[in-house]
Design a binder for this molecule. Structure first.
Ligand code: HEC
Ligand code: HEC
Ligand code: HEC
Ligand code: HEC
Ligand code: HEC
Ligand code: HEC
Length: 322
């Protein structure tokens, strides 16, 4: 009996110890939690001085995925929980990047995209200030949202608008010697007509030109160079079955404008080999057909005029006689 009582007492005191340990652990956690968060570079270190930036970034794809102020801006952790100083912005701190610095700033984490962008014609340099950098297309530095978000400028139905903002600006494009009529000629295409009526799979600018590695037609590594165009048209989800080496460049997406210039038909020196092949056929057939019809039309017109004149002359002669 005595033995039983001893055991019961011992059990109770063990239970009390257990509860005490759990309570202590919980207390320690609640104390450590804010310290831990701050040491992790949470926005709270910056919040006291940069409320606007912190509020701005709350909606961004970065904040949602745990990318914080210091991941982008660097800096030194100098908080002890009670004192926050401006010194957090020292060490490897980077402030707001300029237009030429931004691609490197973002590519720290988006390396592949950064490499593509570096190789593209769009790379911003002091001589090329109008070219787009990351923020021009992605909605600012703190405002970047996911590509699939309908509010994003990179959302598929809005991508055309994004390219056209600059490429329909004739003044800007003339400055760089780039074709100014790309929107007009794209709008003549079947792709645009299908896209406009809701067939969002139809090709728009980036499907042919690429997103970050946009390159000139003359660059052999470009998606629109003659040797690569077959592969571009034959992409998965587009015209599967087109062989990479196929000469689909004869289709010339943006060139139909030139066909409407009659001088080009006679002054063949203005046509490059590609256009000549496309508009005049392999043995300049279109050229000779054009000449044949011009001669035919002129002959018919001249003969007609002669007939009218002869008729007139006879009428005058007849009037004089009677
Ligand atoms: C994805 C990277 C990124 C993150 C994360 C980020 N920033 Fe920025 N920050 C930028 C860029 C880029 C700029 C340049 C201005 C711009 O493009 O909006 C900038 C500019 C600033 C500026 C200068 C004033 C201004 O708004 O132009 C402040 C202040 C700032 N950030 C504070 C913060 C704080 C505080 C946080 C955390 C809440 C933060 N940033 C998180 C990229 C970032
Ligand atoms: C004690 C206040 C204070 C704290 C804390 C603080 N900053 Fe600043 N920050 C400033 C001041 C002041 C400026 C200068 C503002 C100006 O030049 O207009 C500044 C400027 C900046 C800029 C812009 C620099 C530029 O290139 O124009 C960035 C980015 C920035 N802070 C990021 C941060 C980040 C990230 C944190 C947290 C890790 C942080 N700051 C914490 C006060 C603070
Ligand atoms: C000419 C406009 C433009 C520029 C400049 C641009 N982007 Fe993009 N970016 C886009 C579009 C459009 C998409 C969505 C493509 C799609 O639909 O798949 C995208 C997608 C992305 C994606 C997600 C998908 C992927 O390809 O990994 C990341 C990350 C990205 N961009 C980062 C960057 C960075 C970093 C820079 C600067 C070095 C940059 N972008 C420059 C237009 C641009
Ligand atoms: C500290 C690393 C870091 C920096 C610097 C950074 N990002 Fe990001 N970014 C991420 C992470 C992490 C994600 C979310 C996961 C993912 O989609 O890869 C992301 C997502 C994105 C997305 C969404 C991709 C999608 O699939 O929708 C875009 C667009 C993007 N970042 C653009 C930028 C731009 C523009 C900059 C420069 C202003 C930048 N990033 C700077 C780490 C970073
Ligand atoms: C912020 C303005 C801007 C935006 C947005 C933009 N571009 Fe450009 N683009 C330019 C400039 C400026 C050049 C000229 C660069 C050069 O000549 O070196 C250029 C050059 C090009 C070229 C090469 C032209 C040539 O003759 O070499 C192509 C192709 C192109 N862009 C396609 C696109 C596509 C596709 C998009 C949409 C994803 C787009 N651009 C978005 C400004 C822009
Ligand atoms: C179906 C594919 C396709 C689509 C869609 C398309 N392009 Fe093109 N683009 C090409 C090809 C191929 C070339 C080169 C040959 C030519 O001009 O036809 C080209 C040439 C260009 C050039 C001149 C490049 C140079 O090096 O001379 C620019 C700029 C351009 N496109 C911008 C755009 C813009 C902006 C859009 C959207 C409004 C667009 N393209 C839509 C395939 C396409």
């Amino acid at each position: 009996m005595k033995f039983e009582l001893e055991r019961l007492k011992r059990g109770r005191s063990r239970e009390v110890v257990r509860v005490m340990i759990v309570l202590q652990l919980m207390l320690a956690l609640t104390i450590m939690l804010p310290i831990g968060v701050m040491a992790g570079g949470d926005s709270s270190e910056c919040y006291s001085c940069h409320r606007e930036a912190v509020t701005e970034i709350r909606e961004s794809v970065h904040y949602v995925n745990g990318v914080d102020c210091m991941d982008c801006h660097g800096g030194v952790h100098l908080t002890n929980g009670s004192l926050i100083t401006k010194d957090v912005m020292s060490g490897n701190f980077v402030g707001a990047p300029t237009r030429t610095e931004a691609p490197e700033f973002c590519s720290k984490c988006h390396e592949e995209v950064g490499d593509d962008y570096e190789s593209s014609v769009h790379r911003v340099t002091p001589e090329k200030p109008d070219a787009p950098e990351c923020r021009d297309c992605h909605g600012g530095g703190h405002g970047v949202i996911a590509v699939s978000d309908p509010a994003s400028p990179t959302y598929r139905p809005k991508q055309l608008e994004m390219c056209v903002r600059c490429h329909a600006n004739h003044e800007m494009m003339e400055k760089y010697g780039v074709d100014t009529e790309v929107l007009e000629t794209y709008e003549d295409s079947y792709h645009w007509k299908a896209f406009k009526f809701g067939q969002l799979k139809a090709a728009t600018c980036l499907d042919c030109h690429g997103t970050h590695a946009v390159k000139s037609e003359d660059d052999p590594t470009s998606s629109i160079s003659k040797s690569n165009l077959g592969g571009t048209c034959g992409k998965e989800g587009c015209h599967k079955g087109v062989k990479p080496g196929a000469r689909v460049w004869m289709g010339m997406t943006h060139y139909n404008q030139h066909a409407q210039k009659p001088d080009l038909v006679f002054d063949k020196s203005k046509l490059d080999i590609k256009e000549r092949a496309y508009y005049l056929g392999p043995i300049n057939l279109a050229f000779y057909i054009e000449i044949f019809f011009i001669i035919l039309t002129c002959t018919v017109a001249i003969v007609l005029i002669i007939f009218v004149l002869l008729d007139l002359l006879t009428r005058i002669k007849l009037k004089r006689h009677f």
